[in-house]
Design a protein around this ligand. Sequence first.
Ligand code: SAM
Length: 305
Amino acid sequence: MGNAMLGPMHELDRIARKISSKIGILVGGKDYVGMAGNRSESDIRGTYVPFVRAALKSPRLFASFRSHPHYRKILEHVSEEEGAAYLDWLRQHAPALLDRIDDFKINDRIGNPAVHDYSGIGSISPTTLRYIKVLADLQRLFGGNIGSRIAEIGCGYGGQLLVIDRAIPFDEYHVFDLPPVLELVSRYLECFTLNGSYDTYTLNRHSGDTDYDLVISNYAFSELPSGLQRKYVSKILSRARRGYLTMNSGLPTSSFTEDKLTQSELLALLPDAQIIPEEPNAARDNYILVWGHEPSNQAGTIAGH
Ligand SMILES: C[S@@+](CC[C@H](N)C(=O)[O-])C[C@H]1O[C@@H](n2cnc3c(N)ncnc32)[C@H](O)[C@@H]1O
């Protein structure tokens, strides 16, 4: 029977169902990992976790997960202009990394991210430029000596890890995130051959008895509710000799203010930490918490790797 015979409502319903099943997400409604009050800013909308689960089930969705609107609400939202600002910063502070830009473009091979053409370096995702900028900061602050065991809290799909792996030697990289996100990280990273190795953890599955040479967390630890932040401090951050946390909470006018540790509470919990500005600045009142660095290494140009 032709669709025209079924009437316009039926046809609309058919199209809606087709779209839903094609996208393969949110058909079952919103879903979360944490219970109410124990959710990060990513988990709070209820659309991120179902999308990640759907991308794990569908090879077609995985093939372009980085450009999907549900995913871009949480990650992959660095604009072309912000990418240009990271590039300018890298030209000034870490030109040696730009000489090997093709090594980092590998991060754009999977997940079909939005890419833009930048003068002098060609086509690259602005998010990858941000990951290279973080890598440059790590080299600038800590020199070549970062140690062998790294932890990252809230790592998206693992892009920062991949970029670091291309430039800094490490043995073990422990990734902390939500259970379905950890599956996405493994799915993503197994597309490549790494120099170092990684392992995945939820905070609950980690005993907290590991010493780290470096912990990093960008726009992730800062987006957790305060109870969870405290637990990450006691199990992971306080066991790390070096730290680099990009923060978008902690001040009254930060992007996130609901149930977050304040900057002074954090400085009391992490007595060796120092605040440095986020440059380029992604949002008003963002800042970076750093410890274990040489104070003289806060500025200057990074030597070639
Ligand atoms: C805004 S994204 C930032 C991702 C990445 N650091 C980046 O810069 O692209 C926040 C990250 O925190 C993760 N996250 C949410 N709840 C978490 C939790 N309880 N523990 C660890 N990570 C969590 C999200 O899954 C996501 O990977």
